[in-house]
Design a protein around this ligand. Structure first.
Ligand code: HEC
Ligand code: HEC
Ligand code: HEC
Ligand code: HEC
Ligand code: HEC
Ligand code: HEC
Length: 394
C-alpha cells in the first residue's frame, strides 16, 4: 500500500466510526454538485458527510469520478494539485467500494496515481542529473532550447565559468556581452551564428569557431563523459589551458601553482584568491586594447551586531579589479555607505553578496572567509581594517 492510499483508508476508518453517531440528509444530485459538496467536506475533513454523500448517490458516482479524473489530468494542474484531485477521486472510490461492494472505481483511479508518481520521480531525477553537472561552482547547463537540441541529437550546452575566468576578468563579459543573470540573455544558436553572445569570441579568431561542425560537441557536451575535464579538478587539462590563455593575451604561470595543482578550498572548489596571491594568472580586462579600467580602492567594514559572528570586510579593490561598477551598482547594491539592509537570509536567496557568492564565487557555507575579523581583538586581518570605511549600524 502506498502512502496515499494508506492516508485515505485511515481517514476512511475514522469517518466510518463517526458516521454511527450522525444522521445524513443528502439527496441524489448531478455530478458537478456531488463533486462540489464532496470536495468541500474533504477539505473541511468532515468524513461522515463524505461517506454519506457516497452512500446516497450510487448511480451518479462512476460518472462523477470519471469527470474528476478528467479534470485532474487537465493541463492547468501541476503535480501537487493534480495529486490532490486524484486523492479525492481515490477517497470516493474507496467509500464506493465500502457501501456498494464494487472496486471498479479503485481500479480506474489507481493507475492514474501510479503514473503521476512515476512521472514525478522522473522529473526529480532529471533535475538531479543537471544538478550533478553543475556541482562544480560556476558551471552552468544551458538548455532553454532543450527540445530543439534533442531533435538535432545535440547534448545540452555546458558553460564553464572557471575556464573563462582564468582568461578574462568578469568585466569582459558582464555586462557588455551578458547580463549577470541566468536565463536572462535569450541565448540562442541564431544569435551565436550571427557572432553575438558566445559568438563574440567563438569565431575562429579569439576562440574556436562555433560554426565549425567539428566544434559543436565542445560546447554541446553537458551530461557526456567528454565533459570531465570541465568539472573534475583532477582532470583539468593544464597544457591546453596554457595554450588558450596565451592565445588571448592573458597570463598563466603554472610554475607558481602550489604543488603544481589548482588550489582548492575546503569545499573542493577553485580557490581564486590563492591563485591571485600566488600570481598564477592575469586575465585580460577587455577585448578592446584601448579601454581603461575603473577601480575603487577602499574597504568597507560590516560591523557585527552580535558576538555570534565576527565582522566582515568588503574589499572594493579586489572586487572592482575584476568586476565592473555597473554589475553591482545599482542593480545589486545602492552605492551609498550603509544604504543597503542586508540579511544573511536574503543573501542565501541570491540577493546582495549572494548574487555571486554561492553561484560563481566561493560559497556561503564558507562563513569564515567573510566573517574574518575578530571584533574587539587585534587579529591577523587588523591591518586591513584600520583604514576601512565603517558602515552605520542599522
Ligand atoms: C566569457 C564570459 C564570462 C565571463 C568572463 C564571466 N561570466 Fe558570468 N556569466 C556568463 C554567462 C554566459 C552567464 C549566463 C547567462 C545566461 O544564462 O543568460 C553568466 C552568468 C553569471 C551570473 C548569474 C548567476 C545566476 O545564477 O543568475 C553571475 C553571478 C556571474 N555570471 C558572475 C560572474 C563573475 C563574478 C565573473 C568573474 C569572476 C564572471 N561572471 C565572468 C559569462 C561570463
Ligand atoms: C570573451 C570571449 C569568450 C566568450 C564570450 C565565450 N567564450 Fe568560451 N572560450 C573562450 C576561449 C578563449 C576559450 C579557450 C580557447 C579555445 O579553446 O579556443 C573558450 C573555451 C570554451 C570551452 C571549453 C572547451 C574545451 O573543451 O576546452 C567551452 C565549453 C566554452 N568556451 C563555451 C562557451 C559558451 C557556451 C559561451 C557562451 C555562453 C562562451 N564560451 C563564451 C572565449 C570566450
Ligand atoms: C561556443 C559554444 C557553442 C558551440 C561551439 C555551439 N553551440 Fe549550439 N548553442 C550554444 C548555446 C549557448 C545555445 C543556447 C542554449 C540554450 O538553449 O540555453 C546553443 C543552442 C543550439 C541549438 C538550439 C536551438 C537554438 O535556437 O538555440 C542548436 C540547434 C545548436 N545550438 C546547434 C549547434 C551546432 C549545429 C553547432 C556546431 C556547428 C553548435 N551549436 C555549436 C553554444 C554553442
Ligand atoms: C562586487 C560589487 C561591487 C562592485 C564591483 C563595486 N561596488 Fe561599490 N559598493 C559595494 C558595496 C557592497 C558597497 C557598500 C554598500 C553599503 O554600505 O550598503 C559599496 C559602496 C559604494 C560607495 C559608497 C561607499 C564608498 O566607497 O564611498 C560608492 C561611492 C561605490 N560603492 C562606488 C563604486 C564604484 C565607483 C565602483 C567601480 C569602480 C564600485 N563601487 C564597484 C559593492 C560593489
Ligand atoms: C558581482 C559579484 C560579487 C558580489 C556581488 C560580491 N562578491 Fe565577493 N567576490 C567576488 C569574486 C569574483 C571574488 C574572488 C574570489 C572568488 O571568486 O571565489 C570575491 C571575493 C571575496 C572575498 C575574498 C577576498 C577578500 O577580500 O579577502 C570576500 C571576503 C568577499 N568576496 C566578500 C563579499 C561580500 C561581503 C559581499 C557583499 C557585501 C560580496 N563579496 C559581494 C564576487 C562578488
Ligand atoms: C560572502 C560573504 C559572507 C559569507 C560567506 C557569510 N556571510 Fe554572514 N554576513 C555577511 C555580511 C556582509 C553581513 C552583514 C550584513 C549587515 O550587517 O548589513 C553578514 C551578517 C551575518 C549575521 C548577522 C545577522 C544577519 O542576518 O544580518 C550572521 C548571524 C551571519 N552573517 C552568519 C553567517 C554564517 C553562519 C555564515 C556561514 C554559513 C555566513 N554568515 C557566511 C557576509 C557573509
Amino acid at each position: 500500500m502506498n502512502s496515499y492510499t494508506y492516508q485515505i483508508s485511515n481517514k476512511f476508518v475514522w469517518g466510518l466510526m463517526l458516521l454511527f453517531s450522525l444522521i445524513g440528509t443528502s439527496h441524489a444530485m448531478d455530478n458537478a454538485t456531488f463533486l462540489q459538496q464532496f470536495k468541500y467536506n474533504y477539505e473541511e475533513q468532515k468524513f461522515n458527510e463524505q461517506l454519506d454523500l457516497v452512500k446516497l448517490n450510487k448511480s451518479i458516482i462512476p460518472g462523477a469520478v470519471t469527470d474528476l479524473i478528467k479534470e485532474a489530468m487537465s493541463d492547468k494542474y501541476g503535480f501537487e494539485e493534480r495529486m490532490q484531485q486524484l486523492n479525492i477521486a481515490s477517497a470516493i472510490a474507496y467509500m464506493y467500494l465500502h457501501w456498494h461492494e464494487d472496486d471498479s472505481l479503485i481500479k480506474q483511479v489507481t493507475p492514474f496515481i501510479q503514473a503521476e508518481l512515476k512521472k514525478e520521480q522522473k522529473r526529480v531525477a532529471e533535475i538531479m542529473k543537471w544538478k550533478k553537472e553543475e556541482r562544480f561552482l560556476g558551471n552552468f547547463v544551458m538548455k532553454k532550447h532543450e527540445k530543439e537540441m534533442m531533435k538535432r541529437g545535440l547534448p545540452m550546452v555546458l558553460y564553464p565559468h572557471w575556464l573563462h575566468r582564468i582568461m578574462y576578468e568578469c568585466k569582459v563579459c558582464h555586462n557588455s556581452i551578458f547580463k549577470m543573470k541566468r536565463w536572462d540573455n535569450n541565448l540562442s544558436w541564431q544569435n551565436i551564428e550571427k557572432g553575438e553572445q558566445c559568438g563574440v569570441c567563438h569565431n575562429g579568431v579569439e576562440a574556436f569557431a562555433a560554426t565549425e561542425a567539428s566544434n559543436c560537441k565542445l560546447c554541446h557536451v553537458a551530461g557526456s563523459p567528454n565533459a570531465e575535464h570541465l568539472h573534475h579538478p583532477e582532470k583539468i587539462r593544464q597544457a591546453s589551458i596554457k595554450v588558450a590563455v596565451e592565445g588571448v593575451g592573458a597570463k598563466w604561470r603554472p610554475e607558481n601553482l602550489p604543488d603544481g595543482k589548482l588550489p582548492l578550498d575546503r569545499f573542493q572548489f577553485i580557490d581564486w584568491m590563492k591563485l591571485k596571491e600566488n600570481n598564477v594568472f592575469t586575465p585580460v580586462a577587455s577585448l578592446d586594447k584601448n579601454s581603461t579600467e575603473e577601480t575603487r580602492d577602499n574597504k568597507i567594514l560590516f560591523a557585527s551586531k552580535s558576538g555570534f559572528v565576527s565582522d566582515v570586510i568588503f574589499d572594493h579593490k579586489i572586487h572592482s579589479d575584476w568586476i565592473q561598477c555597473a554589475s553591482c551598482h545599482p542593480a545589486i547594491f545602492k552605492d551609498e555607505l550603509g544604504g543597503n539592509r542586508m540579511k544573511m537570509t536574503d543573501m542565501s536567496k541570491g540577493l546582495y553578496c549572494g548574487h555571486c557568492h554561492g553561484k560563481v564565487s566561493f560559497t556561503f557555507a564558507d562563513c569564515l572567509r567573510c566573517h574574518k575579523k575578530t571584533t574587539g581583538k587585534l587579529s591577523m586581518d587588523e591591518s586591513r581594517t584600520t583604514d576601512a570605511l565603517k558602515r552605520p549600524v542599522h
